[in-house]
Every structure is written in C-alpha cells, then in structure tokens.
Design a protein around this ligand. Structure first.
Ligand code: SF4
Length: 356
C-alpha cells in the first residue's frame, strides 16, 4: 500500500483508526510529542486486539495505523493485529523510530511484524539521528524496499527553510533512488518540544493549531480518524492534548476499547452532531452560531463545546450532515500532496508521490 493510498483516505471519516500501542520508547528524542520514555505507560494488549476482533468483512475500517511511543517494542502485537485486520479486509501500517537499526539488522520478531503490515514508515529527523544514525535507517529501508515492501519516510524539520530538511531530502532521495515516498512534517510546540521550541509565526501557528485568521467556516480535518489512546480510551482526533485528557471532553470521546467495538465507534464518529459540525465548519464557527463564548483558540474552543447546550442545539441542524459530506469531498479533491503541503511542509509536499 503506497503512502498516496493512505493519505487519500485521510479526509474520509471512520475510514481508518489509529492505535497507540504503547507510550514506551527506548529513545528519548528532544522533540517527542508524546513525552515517551522506556518507563512510560503500557496497557494490556487485549485492549487493542479486542477492538480489532470486532472488525468483520461487512463492518471494518479500511486501514489500521499503529504507533506509540515505539509500536515495535510490541512486535507480536503488531503482527497479530495486522494478521487479524487483514482477515476482515483492513490494511495495516506501522510507524517506527527504528531503534533496532542501530545494530544494523532487524531482529526476527520485528521482521515478522514488518512483514505482516501493508506499509512500514520510519521517522527520520535531526533528533532521532542523535540516537539512530540516518545511514543505518536508510540501509534497512533500502533492503525492505528491495524485497518489495511498501515503505515511506516520515521526515520532520523546523520549517520549510530548515537546512537540515534540504540536506536530508537530498540524501534520502539519492540513497533510495527516489523509490521511497517522503512525508515531510514540521515540529510543533507539543510534548517535549513545548519546552524549547517557542512559538510559531502567525501563519504557521494558524495551520498547526487550525486557527482561522478571521471567522469564515474552517473545517477541522483532524476529526476523521478515531484514535485509541495508550489506555484504550477512543477519542475523535489525533490532537495529543485531547488524547492526554482521556474521557474529559465528552463530544470528543467515542468510547473505550475495553467495552466498545468498531461498529459503535464508527457510528459515533459519523453521526455525533458536534463532531459533524466541527468537521463541516470548525469549532469557532459553531460557537459563534450558538453564541457560545470562545475558548481562546481553535482547539481550545472545541474542547469547551460540550459544556454549553447551545452548541449542541446548533450542531443538530440537519444541514451539517450535508456540509460534513461536502467538506470531505473537497478535501479528497485536494489530493494527498495537498494534504501533505497543508499539514506538513508546503515546499516538500510533492515527495509523497515518490516511488508510485
Ligand atoms: S478542533 Fe477539536 S476535533 Fe479538531 S483537532 Fe482540534 S480538538 Fe480535535
């Protein structure tokens, strides 16, 4: 499964589900958005397998994405999920910081996990490179690609003008012969990076935190894929702050993997009025329609909406199901490179098509 096929699903509500298999990670990168360490939390594998067991040929997401922490600290769990998901028609993806590449080889259980998934993505950035040499990562990726594996690089820098990005893009393209797609993202002021990154210029901050400059409708494009957090709570978006609050924000909580199956989670994702309205016009627009006070920003306002019944009253208007579908249609038409440019690097967005 090529990266383009994965990104093409990104705007489609409930077409995929993220599983945060563990917060543990053997690396301690300075920009880590989840504040992961080797002693971080890790919950029962049953939480995640139970959810995947609820997929059926008639009711399943098209893709399951596994990350962490470091998902490949649980290789047998990754393999089990990928194998079971495929039985129902669901493809699989795993993202890794490739701690194992330091030794220049892939340990047996990790190779079996990588073989089991439909797409393997590796994180590369200046901070990972302090722990795992880029040369070692690219060697492993090149070998996997030569076997016919669909792989990609998730490359992260500080901005389009970051000289590290220019140098790393050139090196990756040359070393891997333009056969491997690259999704270029930018470090955001969350997790460990919040302590040193400082703030972004207004235009960049607007994109990262989805804040509109004025108040036209500004659909949230991050509320399409449910996320199963480290403890099994299922939330509606991949905003790390929402994941860390667990069940504290009712309209963004879709359930819990210990008690809910995919059919219930999918139904809540698609039909919950506030979620549909947020995807259709954005939280600040919903707040302004209902006379709800703003929370100081885009996601900040979103988190307050379920505290005020006027927001729910606005969101139940039937027009929002039409507008939700229209927003999805427009984002699908924008294409994978459009998504990559808007949420990552504008300069390097086209690299998601390499190796097609
Ligand atoms: S606007 Fe709401 S749903 Fe969208 S990313 Fe922010 S917190 Fe999540």
């Amino acid at each position: 499964m090529h990266l383009l096929d994965i990104l093409a699903l990104r705007p489609v509500p409930a077409s995929a589900v993220f599983l945060s298999l563990t917060r543990r990670c053997p690396l301690s990168c300075r920009h880590c958005s989840t504040n992961s360490a080797i002693g971080s939390e890790e919950h029962s594998p049953d939480l995640f397998t139970r959810l995947v067991e609820s997929f059926t040929p008639d009711a399943h997401p098209r893709l399951v994405l596994m990350s962490g922490g470091e998902a490949l600290l649980r290789p047998s769990l990754v393999e089990r999920i990928a194998t079971r998901a495929r039985e129902s028609g669901t493809a699989s993806y795993v993202l890794s910081g490739m701690f194992f590449a330091r030794d220049g080889r892939i340990p047996g259980p990790i190779k079996k996990a990588i073989d089991a998934v439909d797409h393997f993505a590796a994180s590369v950035d200046a901070f990972h490179e302090e722990e795992v040499p880029r040369r070692a990562v690219l060697e492993v990726l090149g070998a996997l690609r030569a076997e016919g594996k669909d792989v990609s690089v998730q490359l992260t820098g500080l901005g389009d003008d970051d000289p590290y990005l220019a140098e790393a893009v050139g090196d990756i393209r040359e070393t891997l012969g333009d056969r491997v797609p690259v999704l270029v993202g930018l470090v955001g002021p969350v997790g460990r990076a919040a302590g040193w990154l400082g703030d972004w210029p207004e235009e960049r901050r607007r994109v990262l935190t989805h804040r509109p400059i004025a108040l036209p409708p500004a659909p949230c494009t991050m509320a399409a894929w449910p996320v199963v957090t480290f403890d099994g709570t299922v939330v509606a978006c991949c905003n790390q702050d929402v994941a860390d609050r667990g069940e504290a924000v009712p309209h963004l909580t879709l359930g819990h993997a210990a008690r809910d199956g995919w059919p219930e989670i999918r139904e809540r994702c698609l039909s919950r009025p506030l979620l549909r309205a947020i995807r259709a016009v954005g939280p600040q627009y919903v707040a302004s329609m209902g006379g709800v006070p703003e929370g100081g920003g885009y996601c900040e306002t979103c988190r307050l909406l379920s505290d005020d019944p006027r927001a729910e009253a606005v969101a139940t208007r039937p027009v929002f199901s039409l507008l939700d579908a229209d927003a999805t249609r427009r984002q699908v038409a924008e294409g994978a490179a459009g998504f990559a440019r808007r949420y990552g690097s504008a300069r390097y967005g086209e690299l998601v098509g390499l190796g097609r």
